[in-house]
Design a binder for this molecule. Structure first.
Ligand SMILES: [Zn+2]
Ligand SMILES: [Zn+2]
Length: 232
């Protein structure tokens, strides 16, 4: 299961934590100042198209693609109960994220299926740091959860999936120093290529990105794990 595989060790997680927090302060002026000052103007960014028109048929769900409206289906047993799953539209090749709540029938009123949004690699940091979900997670103090759930980025052409830890740490300016210490060697390679604005495998310059709401069952699953570590 990707969810657990992607989990970093507590040490590296603290590192990324600090990193993300510092970057957030740069962008938003930090939490303390936000209380007393009016919030900084956020750029209006396009959001992912979604559908909640999901029907249960035997052991699968069927739903219309939010982009091309053609019907797709997914076997429920292919969905992880927590992290859900990703698949491509059979008709227009956009990428979907399907929440695990469809398998467990949890939070069915709230969850929805997301379709990828094309974002130029160069513009990804602007997109990320102006995203309402990212701001909401920041306000709850749980930005790091996005490494496990809520951010999926694929090359639009070769569909390579990039590490969320790399995507969220992509610098906004050319001169900005990136802390590579918390990244694996594959992540370092991804980071270097993305900093030049292109996919390391096919040189394409556009990502298909999904940033989704994080369901409560994901947040509590993640809290349970960190709790186990503390006891460990
Ligand atoms: Zn489609
Ligand atoms: Zn590619």
């Amino acid at each position: 299961m990707d969810f657990w595989k992607r989990k970093k060790t507590p040490e590296t997680q603290t590192e990324t934590n600090t990193n993300a927090h510092e970057r957030l302060e740069k962008v938003s002026g930090g939490k303390e100042t936000r209380v007393s000052e009016p919030p900084q103007k956020r750029l209006k960014i396009p959001l992912n198209r979604t559908t909640n028109d999901v029907k249960f048929v035997r052991n699968s769900i069927v739903f219309p693609c939010p982009i091309c409206s053609e019907w797709n289906s997914m076997e429920l047993e292919d969905l992880d109960p927590i992290t859900g799953g990703e698949m491509m539209c059979l008709h227009c090749q956009v990428v979907f994220h399907i929440p695990g709540g469809y398998r467990t029938r949890t939070e069915l009123q709230k969850i929805k299926i997301y379709a990828g949004l094309p974002v130029a690699i160069r513009k990804f940091p602007i997109f990320y740091w102006n995203h309402p979900v990212v701001h909401e997670l920041d306000e709850q103090g749980i930005t790091q959860i996005i490494i496990q759930y809520g951010l999926w980025g694929f090359c639009q052409r070769c569909h390579h999936q990039f590490s969320p830890a790399v995507l969220m740490n992509l610098p906004q300016t050319r001169g900005e120093i990136v802390d590579y210490r918390s990244l694996s060697s594959e992540e370092m390679m991804e980071m270097k290529a993305l900093r030049t604005g292109s996919c390391p495998y096919c040189s394409h310059r556009i990502l298909l990105v999904i940033i989704s709401d994080v369901p409560h069952y994901v947040i509590s699953a993640s809290e349970n794990i960190s709790h186990r570590w503390e006891e460990g």
